[in-house]
Design a protein around this ligand. Structure first.
Ligand SMILES: Cc1cc2nc3c(=O)[nH]c(=O)nc-3n(C[C@H](O)[C@H](O)[C@H](O)COP(=O)(O)O)c2cc1C
Length: 328
């Protein structure tokens, strides 16, 4: 059996497989099951900006209503201790339940009280924090630079506040993704999770209304993160974690060859159950044995852009070649 252990964000993981932040990652039993079946770490479901805002609004209203005055009300509800307590409880419970690293997650879009919550999450025992920057920028007055500056502000305030490693989970929708990643990298974040996956509303022709179904990823979707992991590998300080479209061991192996340190899985486990992680681990292990790889480090990044003989394959050159060679 090959050695599947890896170091991610400075944390020691028994395997590169990670239970991604999802509907599965909100129960202690699921974390235990994931560990049992080969997960190297678990990412908790996210604490959403909207949850915090809702809580802050309720709190504000309670303070405004009180007859004892604002200052005194503040001492009843000190802002720095307010937070979605269930989330902090879940972090603590997960830490007690498993031996693998527990990565908490916040999902945000605008600067706010993130550093305060990040510190509480750290105090609750999380080994690391994943910051999911999820926003559909529908404001026509905003430029790309405005949005990136806002994201930069969020990550920078969190990075300055906590001592635990911080990962940034990004969407692929940036004009110059490499430059954006390099800018975050300079803040000293420890990993990038590529990519988060936006839910896209559809239209129901029967009801003439919007449909917001939770559609799961397809394996073909892994090619986008695969390309960007291959491009970024070895060119930034932070680790790379693959997310989207990894549905089996072959997907895991490809992501590692491109340069991923860890591979996160959500849809495949929602579809097949958490024990399916064990099959993915077995497939990776068998492939490594067959190729004579004793450890992940023997082959990680060996098909990344800096290593392969035709680096243009990850960029425009391949596109031009393929288009011009089609003779239908
Ligand atoms: C049901 C479900 C819930 C999810 N919840 C979260 C979440 O709370 N926070 C987050 O960062 N990502 C969340 N995700 C996104 C996944 O972590 C992952 O990035 C995405 O599903 C792509 O990976 P996959 O192809 O393995 O599903 C969720 C995904 C699913 C399917």
């Amino acid at each position: 059996m090959a050695d599947l252990s890896t170091t991610y964000m400075g944390l020691n993981l028994p395997s590169p497989l990670v239970l991604a932040s999802s509907s599965l990652s909100n129960r202690v039993e699921n974390f235990q099951l994931a560990e049992q079946h080969g997960a190297g770490a678990v990412v908790l479901r996210s604490l959403f900006e909207e949850q915090i805002e809702a809580l802050d609004t309720q709190l504000q209203e309670a303070m405004d209503r009180t007859t004892t005055g604002f200052a005194e009300a503040q001492s009843f509800f000190p802002r720095q201790t307010v937070g979605p307590h269930e989330y902090l409880g879940m972090v603590g419970a997960a830490k007690k339940a498993v031996g693998i690293p527990v990565i908490a997650s916040v999902n945000c879009n605008a600067p706010g009280s993130w550093s305060q919550y990040a510190r509480q999450i750290e105090d609750a025992g999380a080994d690391a924090l994943e910051v999911n920057l999820y926003a559909v920028q529908a404001d026509l007055r905003l430029s790309g630079a405005d949005v990136e500056n806002r994201f930069h502000e969020i990550v920078s305030s969190i990075r300055e506040t906590v001592r635990i490693p911080v990962a940034v989970k990004l969407s692929p929708f940036f004009t110059a993704l490499g430059g954006t990643v390099a800018r975050f990298d300079a803040l000293g974040v420890q990993a990038f999770v590529l990519f988060n996956r936006f839910l896209q509303p559809d239209i129901s022709l029967e009801k003439l209304s919007l449909k917001n179904d939770m559609s799961l990823s397809q394996p073909g979707e892994m090619l986008l993160p695969l390309r960007w992991i291959a491009i970024l590998y070895g060119r930034i300080k932070a680790d790379l974690s693959a997310s989207t479209g990894v549905h089996d061991a072959t997907g895991v192996i490809k992501m590692l060859l491109a340069g991923a340190t860890t591979v996160q899985v959500a849809a495949a486990l929602v579809k097949n159950g958490i024990p399916y992680l064990g099959k993915m681990r077995e497939g990776l292990d068998e492939w490594m044995d067959k190729r004579g790889h004793g450890a992940i480090g023997d082959f990680r990044g060996t098909l990344s852009q800096r290593v392969i003989r035709d680096p243009g394959a990850f960029e425009r050159a391949q596109y031009v070649h393929l288009i011009l060679s089609q003779n239908v």
